[in-house]
Every structure is written in C-alpha cells, then in structure tokens.
Design a protein around this ligand. Structure first.
Ligand code: SAH
Length: 234
C-alpha cells in the first residue's frame, strides 16, 4: 500500500517532509517526488504547486508513474460558510469547481461529459482521516462537507459573499481539490482532503497568510498525517 501525501505550497508540506527519514528525490514533470517511508509506510510526498492544472498533473503522475494506491491532500483553505473560522479543520466529502461554466450547453458547474458537478472523496478513507484529526488535534473544530475549487485566490469580501450565495453548501474554497478528485475518479484511486482554514476568503485574506501556514497549518498537516499512518499497521 503506497500513500501519496500532496500539498500545494512548500510551507504546507515542510513539516510532513520532516517526518520522512529516508526519502529519495525522484524528479518528474518538473516536480520533486519524495519517495520513502513515513511511520514505516511506503509513502510519496510531493508539492503539486498551486491551481487545478498543476494539481491534476501531479495526481496523474502519482498514479501512473509512482503507482500510489491512495492520495491524501493536506493544506489550507479559505473559510466560506458561517462559523468556518481560521484554525478550524475542513474535511472534504466532495468537491466542485466554482469557476467552471459551460452553460447553456451544460448546467453551470457541471463538468462536461461527466454528468455531474460534484466529485466525491472516498468515504472510508475520509472517515479514517476524521478519526486521525480527532486524535491529533483534540479540541479543534472540524467541519465536513463540500469544498469548492477554482483558479483564483478568493481575497475580497464581495467575491466570498457571491460564492456563498451561489453555493450555500460550500464550507471552504481552495484551488486544487476538485482537480485531484476528478483525476482520482477517472483512475478509481481513493482520495481524501484535509485543510486547515487559513483565512476567511475576505479582504483580510492576504494578511499573514504564509506565516499562519508556517506556524499553524503545517504543524496541523504533520500531526494529522502522523496520526493517520501511525494508526495503521505498516
Ligand atoms: N496570496 C497567496 C497565494 C497562494 S494561493 C500568497 O501570497 O502566497 C493560496 C493557496 O492556499 C492555494 O493552494 C489554495 O488551495 C489555498 N487557499 C487558501 N486560502 C484560499 C482562498 N481564500 N482562496 C483560494 N485558495 C485558498
């Protein structure tokens, strides 16, 4: 069983990489895939880079070349729904691309020729990640539901409000998850995504974004990944 751990930004993955004692760098598609062990498990860690296309390429290479059996994304997201605040954790049940619109030929948000706008994550894997979050970060608020992705850093209150109005179910917004979910569905590879809320996708979203990832989110990611793999027999 080989597990892929993916983040979009270096700051998100740094603490996870520190948990890998023996990894080798294997470059592919302009990325550095770190192949080794984490808690005794066969693991590949990689930075997808930011955005849906970069995430899709990364997921495809992980599956085709590195033959991973499952993908876990860990990083940050902007909170959208009321009460999804900075420092909370969001677990995705499913993803939708909020910037995809082939209407009037297809309904808004629907991915053409898939007949759906929503790509679910793997229920069993997500349940297990939820248990790991509870163990690794006791006392942290956890939300589970729809997360939306688009090729835009949402950093104005106006855009945040219009996304909330259009997609009231959406808990949080980020830039990669829907792409990985779609690739994983194409290949039948289980996928789970866990994100720490770094901002409220509003006018203050830029603030100390990178500092927050370094200080809080990267440590969340490492603790969750460690609990997740530590729970399983190697
Ligand atoms: N302005 C940032 C850009 C990083 S893009 C910077 O200065 O570095 C934001 C990254 O974090 C993406 O990988 C995305 O998935 C996630 N993210 C966090 N908050 C987000 C938000 N409000 N809107 C979109 N993506 C967000």
């Amino acid at each position: 069983m080989r597990t892929a751990i993916v983040s979009a930004m270096h700051e998100e993955l740094a603490a996870v990489l520190a948990l890998m004692p023996d990894e080798t760098r294997q470059p592919a598609a302009g990325r550095d895939f770190r192949v080794g062990h984490l808690h005794g498990h066969d693991a590949v860690a990689v930075l997808s880079r930011i955005g849906k296309v970069a995430a899709a390429t990364t997921a495809t290479v992980l599956i085709e070349r590195f033959e991973v059996d499952r993908i876990l994304f860990t990083g940050v997201a902007g909170g959208l729904a009321p009460g999804v605040e900075r420092g909370h954790v969001v677990l995705a049940d499913g993803f939708l691309q909020h910037d995809l619109d082939a209407s009037p030929i297809f309904p808004k948000y629907e991915v053409p020729l898939y007949g759906t706008s929503r790509f679910d994550t793997d229920r069993a894997l997500t349940d297990r990640v939820a248990q790991s979050v509870a163990r690794a970060l006791p006392g942290t608020r956890v939300h589970r539901g729809l997360v939306i992705s688009g090729d835009r850093f949402v950093a104005t209150s106006g855009e945040s409000r219009s996304l909330q109005a259009a997609l009231p179910e959406a808990l949080a917004v980020e830039m990669e998850g829907a792409a990985i979910a779609q690739v994983c569905r194409d290949y039948g590879v289980p996928f789970a995504a866990v994100r720490t809320v770094s901002d409220r996708a509003d006018d203050e979203a830029h603030g100390d974004f990178v500092q927050f990832i370094r200080d809080v989110a990267s440590r969340h990611s490492a603790a969750i990944v460690e609990a997740f793999l530590g729970d399983e027999a190697s």
